[in-house]
Design a protein around this ligand. Structure first.
Ligand code: AQP
Length: 355
């Protein structure tokens, strides 16, 4: 059989307001990938309920995230945009992966440790099994490329581990049924049913940090709204949050080495570089030696210039929730056509009668 076709899959949880980290670390890069690959973009609502969500908020957030995708430039007619729970094959494949993955693998996940906190016994089972569902999201389409922020790297390694173990455990069945594709493993080429997906973690903003603490990532679930710039923030709010962002008393350095040990300065320069689509070195050459009182207004202007059109477009899209739902349903139908074929093959490989 031929090699796996390149295919992009990525998702965002509808757990609250999308922020600049989600935009720069994920969505903006998805927009660029659309020109080169077939893509699936997913609002991962089943992931969201691994921690408590108010049902009415969840419904609203699913529509908001969808509107943010479209407003940012995702083309739902050329690619596939859908919400995860409309394609039941994700949950079904995740169950099979729960039986492939090992408990020790899940226990090592830093996101589980962070989100479960000290009271692990009280965390949902879904939160522990989150990476299995993420592997199913990706592998239901046998996606080869997943653009994500740095925080998802460990989960993607686990997706590769699940794919490799499945390919290995069922290698004879895969070969006997002629369902294998060649996979390069070092000098060797082996046959596998699932690809070993590559993460795409690139650019100056793979880890946008909190505006209040340069050691914590910008996050939807941070209790402080001042820690993040939401895609729906208006110009005044963006300017106020940047003005109040934590910094140090020194001027900006002229070279990257001068950012060492200055996480907040490094973060703001990284945000500027990503928004301007210019290297950090360029930004430092321009602003080196100048105080934050000059840099922050320039950053605020740039953020408003880039984000305001998205917020305006989001508001317009959200005025018509029925159209958003129609888009998601149409995307789910097209996604399901692919995922159901994968599931049928997986069941026949595993020995689950399904004729
Ligand atoms: N701070 C960030 N910098 C760069 N990329 C980021 N991403 C998230 N935060 C940053 C990327 O956005 C995509 C979607 O993330 P998610 O919604 O699935 O969940 P998350 O990574 O857990 O994001 P949050 O905002 O921190 O949500 P909560 O608070 O609900 O957990 C992913 O590609 C992620 O890498």
């Amino acid at each position: 059989m031929a090699a796996f076709q390149p295919l992009v899959f990525s998702g965002v949880q509808p757990t609250g307001n999308l922020h600049l980290g989600n935009y720069l670390g994920a969505i903006r890069r998805w927009v660029a990938l659309q020109a080169d690959y077939p893509c699936l973009f997913c609002v991962v609502d089943l992931h969201a309920i691994t921690v408590w969500q108010e049902p009415a908020d969840l419904e609203r957030q699913i529509r908001e995230v969808t509107a943010a995708f479209i407003a940012s430039g995702i083309d739902a007619s050329k690619h596939i945009l859908f919400n995860q729970s409309r394609v039941p094959e994700h949950a079904e494949l995740a169950w099979i992966f729960n039986c492939i993955a090992r408990l020790g693998w899940m226990n090592r996940m830093t996101q589980f440790k962070d989100k479960a906190g000290k009271d692990r016994e009280n965390a949902s089972l879904g939160l522990l099994a989150y990476p299995s569902l993420m592997a199913a999201d990706i592998l239901a389409y046998r996606a080869t490329l997943v653009p994500v922020g740095e925080d998802q790297k460990q989960h993607l390694e686990l997706t590769r581990d699940i794919a490799a173990k499945f390919n290995h455990d069922f290698s004879e069945r895969i070969e006997a049924k002629g369902l294998g594709h060649p996979i390069a493993m070092g000098d060797e080429t082996v046959q596998g049913f699932f690809p070993l997906t590559d993460p795409l973690i690139e650019g100056p903003a793979t880890r946008v940090m909190s505006l209040k603490d340069g050691s914590k990532k910008m996050s939807k679930s941070d209790p402080s709204d001042l820690s993040r710039i939401n895609l729906t923030d208006d110009a005044d709010t963006i300017a106020r949050k940047i003005r109040k962002a934590k910094t140090d008393p020194d001027a900006l350095p002229s070279e990257a080495a001068g950012l060492a040990g200055r996480p907040e300065a490094d973060n703001l320069v990284g945000i500027y570089a990503a928004l301007a689509d210019r290297p950090k070195t360029d930004i430092l050459a321009e602003f080196g030696g100048r105080p934050f009182s000059e840099f922050k207004p320039a950053l605020a202007n740039l953020a408003v210039e880039k984000l305001s059109p998205i917020a305006d477009e989001m508001r317009r899209i959200l005025d018509d929730p029925a159209e958003i739902d129609r888009t998601l349903r149409d995307g789910a139908d097209r996604a399901r056509a692919i995922a159901s074929r994968t599931l049928a093959d997986v069941k026949s490989i595993v020995g689950l009668l399904n004729g």
